[in-house]
Design a binder for this molecule. Structure first.
Ligand code: HEC
Ligand code: CU
Length: 371
């Protein structure tokens, strides 16, 4: 009882902690001495608790565990900076709220058998100004900073590369229209880019909404039927990273994955040379590189291409005796005739593959497995 009187006179009517003060005589104000020192002790204890909780949360969320995949683009770095800033703010607010909660639970616990409600309290102008002004400033800073980063991330130098991306249930394909290296129209089944070279993806979808996401690049963009959307990126790290569709786009959504290979200057040039050579030589070489480029090997077995995929029929055996027209039809419109024992809608249609590449692919399959 004495404790309560002391506490309540110590901070008067504006005591911010009266929220936990109960009826006179019921207050349990353990640990704190009565008198003017109560409030000070309370603040110091709260501060210590905030620091401890904040430090633990900081270590878990930002130091000990790396929650995000390594950042691999310039744009991603800018995004991560905001993310870090926002996380630090969140940790601070969390620590403060958790400290007050823990403190209240420990210090102002109801006595045994006490079923009464706490005393109603009225506002505290100082605290209210504090928790309005500070968040307003923080949110404004985050908002302005984000807007600046969005603008920066959307701004590519003029000499960027362009790759056309087609997203369709349930596959990605990429075609190069860069005149600098003569890759015009070359369609490939995985994205290949040069490290530190800005790229703009022009993305289209013939069916439903998909979304292009490379976790290491951080940026994400919807691919919407009827319009072209743009994705701008400057990869900073060599390596192979996953491409994931993040828009629930149908039954095969979870398998709508691909990869991007970020190559060094020399490796990229070599890759370009390979593609050009395949196009120039035509015939079986082109056919085989189209087979590989389009990702057929992931699902089909074909010994000529060292492919061992098992999602679709074994092309070594099923194509025997099939004509070029039949094989072509199976590739362009796979759901027209479904091979026995296999599901419809698994193999994506390849109608968008440029004609000469499709011809070479069919010719290659006829020679290697059909006829
Ligand atoms: C995501 C897996 C997947 C990919 C990628 C894929 N296919 Fe298929 N393919 C299948 C499945 C499953 C079937 C059987 C169902 C059907 O007929 O649609 C099939 C059927 C076929 C058939 C018909 C086989 C028969 O029984 O006559 C041919 C030919 C074929 N695929 C060629 C290709 C070629 C060429 C590519 C690359 C351009 C390719 N597929 C890419 C899964 C795939
Ligand atoms: Cu999708």
């Amino acid at each position: 009882m004495g404790s309560w009187r002391a506490a309540s006179t110590a901070c008067g009517n504006r005591c911010p902690f009266r929220i936990a003060v109960r009826e006179p005589g019921r207050l349990v104000f353990r640990g704190a001495k009565p008198g003017p020192s109560v409030r000070k002790t309370l603040y110091i204890q709260l501060l210590l608790l905030t620091v401890v909780i904040g430090a633990i949360t900081f270590v878990i969320s930002l130091v000990a565990i790396s929650w995000l995949p390594t950042v691999a683009s310039e744009e991603g770095k800018r995004i991560d900076d905001i993310y870090l800033f926002t996380s630090v703010i969140c940790i601070g607010i969390f620590a403060l709220v958790a400290a007050v909660t823990v403190y209240a639970v420990l210090k102002f616990r109801a006595g045994p058998g006490d079923m009464e409600d706490g005393k109603p309290i009225h506002g505290h102008t100082g605290v209210e100004i504090f928790w309005t002004v500070i968040p307003t400033i923080l949110v404004t800073v985050i908002g302005i900073w984000s807007a600046v980063v969005v603008v920066q991330n959307d701004d590519l130098p003029d000499d960027h590369r362009i790759v056309n991306v087609e997203a369709q249930q349930f596959a990605w394909s990429f075609s190069y229209i860069d005149e600098r290296d003569g890759l015009n129209g070359m369609q490939v089944g995985e994205l290949v880019v040069r490290v530190n070279e800005p790229v703009e993806l022009h993305m289209r979808s013939p069916d439903v909404i998909h979304a292009f996401w490379v976790p290491e690049w951080r940026q994400k963009q919807d691919v919407v039927p009827g319009i072209t959307t743009f994705y701008r990126i400057t990869p900073t790290l060599e390596g192979t990273f996953p491409i994931i569709c993040t828009e629930l786009c149908g039954l095969g959504h979870s398998v709508m994955r691909n990869q991007v290979r970020v190559l060094s200057d020399a490796d990229f040039d070599a890759w370009v040379a390979d593609q050009q050579q395949a196009v120039d030589s035509g015939g079986a070489t082109l056919g085989q590189s189209v087979f590989q480029n389009q990702g057929c090997a992931a699902c089909h077995t074909l010994s000529a291409a060292d492919a061992t995929g098992a999602v679709g029929p074994d092309l070594d055996s099923v194509l025997a005796g099939q004509s070029a027209e039949e094989i072509r039809q199976s590739i362009v419109d796979p759901n027209d005739v479904i091979s026995e024992g296999f599901a419809e809608g698994v193999m994506p249609p390849y109608g968008a593959v440029p004609e000469d590449q499709l011809d070479a692919l069919v010719e290659y399959l006829v020679t290697e497995a059909g006829g």
